[in-house]
Ligand binder design. Structure first.
Ligand code: ADP
Ligand code: MG
Length: 403
């Protein structure tokens, strides 16, 4: 996607300007403790840049999916405010009501090492409704709008779309730029051979990516639960494995199309199987056909070898979807071994997808990947060729006056 015409934070004079930065600080929190702060760290370059350039900063993010006001405690950004404050060595002031006069009042007296973080923006029902009213309230105390929330930019929400539509000075943050540049590397001119490594649970979610990248990809390597739908499409028994029955014909059609284009497709040749999906369930290895009453939970050793040999030849690997139920340690081997192979490879390795990123982090090889996208849904939609509303909203208007 072309970013032509879209400004970035570096294009503005930030000194003493009220800069609103939309971030994706949607981190996992358990009992008030952040269990993975990757997204907070990924947001730091933009926030630090704004601090260094003496902006008056308003940060904003969503967290999870609060349903009503009773959810406020569980979905508060308070732990995030504390973590940000530590990482930035600055005072982070959490503001409850984005639509009140509080932010405006605070901004007038704000000092250099102090910034504002609006409380979970999804507490305001206007956010998910892309409300103009909420956007107008926020715009009343904002001079410059910066979107650095890649993981939320596939959603037409008020602080992603409505707000930048009424602010003239608007642009991208550093994380957004990096995410798009890395995904474009895969989309536009991938180093060959280009291998798509797919897995995870839902064929339906990923089919769009496969279709869009069909011509560019040389090899499809398919593992995880997704593989069973493809094996079933070849009339291979999959026992009680997780499959999408209504997607079998689509899988068959897709295999035909790949075959007609002489694309290479690798599917598992053996599996780790169990009778029940429990972490201490006794497991065994079986060849390609899975006996009745058993389900596949990870790729087997022969498959690990087969996939590894193929991945070692690749110039570019895009990985979406774990190879097995990696959340349960006995079934994480396939995903972790594959991560190790990618870590040792010289290929451009891009990982997209929330669970895929979690699997790579858990494998210990995260820092050896070229890029791990912080946005699961957004990265998949981008690779499918969809326009992201959050990026489109940053384009300059074609004509007509604006604020
Ligand atoms: P991502 O979030 O990276 O796009 P998905 O959400 O599509 O990935 O898939 C991740 C989920 O797929 C994980 O929760 C994992 O446990 C599950 N999964 C992978 N392999 C299997 C399998 N063989 N059987 C059941 N679930 C699986
Ligand atoms: Mg997922």
């Amino acid at each position: 996607m072309s970013l032509a015409g879209i400004k970035s934070i570096e294009d503005f004079e930030l000194k003493d300007q009220r800069v609103f930065i939309r971030l994706d600080l949607n981190v996992p929190i358990k009992n008030g403790v952040i269990t993975d702060d990757t997204r907070i760290r990924a947001a730091l370059p933009t926030v630090k840049y704004a601090l260094d350039h003496k902006a008056k900063i308003i940060l904003c993010s969503h967290l999870g999916r609060p349903k009503n006001s009773e959810d406020r405690k569980d979905f508060s950004l308070e732990p995030v405010a504390d973590r940000l404050s530590e990482l930035l060595d600055a005072e982070v002031q959490l503001v409850e009501e984005p639509g009140s006069d509080t932010p405006k009042a605070l901004l007038s007296g704000i000092h250099r090492r102090q910034l504002i973080l609006l409380e979970n923006i999804r507490f305001d029902p206007g956010e998910e409704k892309n409300s103009m009213e909420l956007a107008n309230k926020i715009a009343s105390y904002v001079d410059i709008y910066i979107n650095d929330a890649f993981g939320a930019s596939h959603r037409a929400h008020a602080t992603i779309v409505a707000l930048p539509s009424i602010i003239k000075k608007k642009g991208l943050g550093f994380l957004m730029k990096k995410e798009i540049e890395m995904l474009d590397k895969v989309l536009i001119e991938p180093a060959k051979p280009f291998c798509a490594l797919m897995g995870g649970s839902k064929v339906s979610d990923k089919i769009g990516v496969i279709e869009h990248l069909l011509e560019k990809i040389d090899t499809f390597v398919i593992g995880g639960a997704m593989a069973y739908t493809f094996l079933a499409a070849q009339n291979i028994s999959v026992g009680s494995s997780k499959i999408e029955k209504d997607k079998i014909s689509l899988a068959k059609e897709l295999l035909g199309r790949l075959d007609a284009r002489k694309k290479k497709i690798l599917l598992p040749v053996d599996h780790v199987i169990v009778e029940r999906l429990e972490k201490d369930a006794p497991s065994k290895i079986c060849d390609v056909a899975i006996p009745a009453g058993f389900m596949g939970v990870d790729i087997g050793p022969k498959t690990i070898e087969l996939f590894s040999q193929e991945l070692k030849k690749a110039g570019t690997v895009f990985w979406n979807g774990p190879m097995g139920v990696f959340e349960m340690p006995p079934f994480s081997k396939g995903s972790f071994k594959i991560a190790e192979v990618l870590a040792d490879s010289t290929a451009v390795t891009v990982v997209g997808g929330g669970d895929s990123a979690a699997a790579v982090n858990a494998s210990g090889f995260a820092n050896k990947m070229t890029h791990i996208s912080t946005g699961g849904g957004a990265s998949l939609e981008y690779l499918q060729g969809d326009k992201l509303p959050g990026i489109e909203a940053l384009r300059p208007p074609q004509r007509g006056p604006q604020k």
